[in-house]
Design a protein around this ligand. Structure first.
Ligand code: ZN
Length: 422
């Protein structure tokens, strides 16, 4: 951090506050290159301010120190962004190309086309990662952190995210979506299918996610427990102006899913209770997606797809259909996921009774975790592939011959997998 209140002359503070007002959003701060763009803006503000200060004065010397620190911070940011692009997989590079082609403003397109036509680069990722010296004959880098055109791309990208985050049209659609969602959820509450009314919903905010943090990470959207914000993918497929109006429609399934996490999935927010623990991730995702599908149909979505998290939901269905009153079990499951620890204990006990065993879900979690560890040891790296493979394994075990798994203790399950992995 180059800037601290100690090295900050009071007159310079106002300018910094102006800059901070440009980037008010929490989620926006996690955007690709956000810090770097901020350092560069602050650097420009200091340079601008210094023109009115007498060279050689104490204040000038102090500002020069700040200026240098900001330039170095921006240069470090540019270097780490360059390294991140160098580490990209082929599919991430393709996403970057697509994003650039669909959304980049004309001045960047022209600059890129010039670099291609003069034979300096052959792709967007190359354009962004070649040393700045390649462009020395075309860019004046005096008094600025080096790194064009990467810096320009980061500036544009951050601007675009900010525009989308503040877009009144998108935000109005989100508010009306929340109102519809809330009606359906209240109805579920009065029918006894969920344990709480969706109170957290009033404050819920929508963030348009950074393509580097969503699509490039195989995520359409996400929600962090404890926040009041759901994030959905920015998308890359069409020009920004056309895409804007379709943003919520296109990502409606994800949005519903994340809103269920935020407003109904109380288990996720409880520190105690088995269902809120990371090991029960599969159960939370299964119940979230099942609830989300129900809500989407109730909200009038005509051609509802069959949803995500299939493997998680298959395992959940196997678990509940085993009971002689599957409807009641399903209801207890959604109440457990939206309720408190006592709702959870009731559900866990009910599952144990219907399988005539102890700690069924704990054992399933142990088996899943152990299988995932084993697959990682065997060299699998993609998270989602590891998860689905482990889920299918446990599903098959439970369906074909559950006795061994259910009779064992959690410790025995773990050590059996340890042996298998050797
Ligand atoms: Zn989820």
């Amino acid at each position: 951090m180059p800037y601290t209140p100690d090295n900050d002359p009071a007159t310079y503070k106002d300018r910094l506050n102006d800059i901070k007002r440009i980037y008010p959003l929490k989620s926006h701060e996690s955007a690709f290159g956000h810090e770097t763009v901020r350092y560069d803006n602050e650097h420009a503000a200091v340079v601008d301010y210094m023109t009115g200060i007498e060279a050689g004065s104490d204040e000038y010397a102090r500002l020069e120190k700040t200026r240098k620190a900001l330039a170095i911070s921006a240069a470090i940011g540019i270097q780490s962004a360059r390294e991140a692009i160098n580490r990209m997989t082929d599919s991430q590079r393709a996403t970057l190309d697509e994003y650039f082609a669909a959304s980049a403003p004309p001045f960047l397109e022209t600059s890129y086309r010039y670099a291609v036509e003069t034979g300096k680069v052959a792709s967007v990722s190359e354009w962004l990662t070649v040393p700045a010296a390649v462009f020395d004959d075309t860019e004046d880098t005096t008094n600025r952190p080096t790194g064009e055109p990467l810096l320009n791309v980061m500036q544009w990208h951050n601007d675009l995210l900010e525009q989308q985050a503040e877009d009144p049209d998108i935000n109005a659609r989100f508010e009306s979506f929340k109102a519809d969602f809330s009606k359906v959820a209240s109805d579920m509450y009065w029918k006894g299918n969920i344990a709480v009314e969706p109170t957290l919903l009033d404050d819920a905010q929508l963030a348009v996610g950074d393509v580097f943090a969503t699509r490039m990470q195989d995520m359409v959207g996400y929600y962090y427990p404890g926040s009041n914000e759901v994030t959905i993918q920015q998308g890359t497929g069409q020009r920004h102006t056309e895409r804007k109006s379709e943003l919520l429609e296109q990502f409606r399934p994800t949005l519903t899913h994340e809103l269920v996490h935020l407003s109904l999935n109380r288990a996720l927010h409880l520190e105690d209770g088995l269902m809120g623990q990371p090991s029960s991730r599969w159960l939370n995702e299964a119940l979230t997606e099942e609830t989300s599908l129900y809500i989407r149909q109730a909200m009038g979505e005509k051609e509802c797809d069959d949803g995500t998290y299939r493997e998680e939901r298959d395992l959940l269905k196997l678990l509940t259909w085993h009971s002689d009153k599957p409807d009641q079990t399903a209801k207890m499951a959604t109440r457990a996921f939206s309720g408190d620890v006592s709702d959870q204990l009731k559900f866990l006990q009910h599952v144990d009774d219907s399988w005539n065993a102890k700690d069924v879900i704990k054992k399933i979690n142990a088996a899943l975790a152990a299988k995932e560890r084993q697959l990682r040891k065997e060299g699998m790296t993609r998270n989602r592939s590891i998860q689905t493979k482990a889920l299918r394994h446990v599903y098959d075990t439970l369906r074909m011959d559950p006795t061994e798994l259910l009779r064992a203790s959690v410790e025995e399950i773990e050590s059996a997998f340890e042996k298998a992995a050797r």
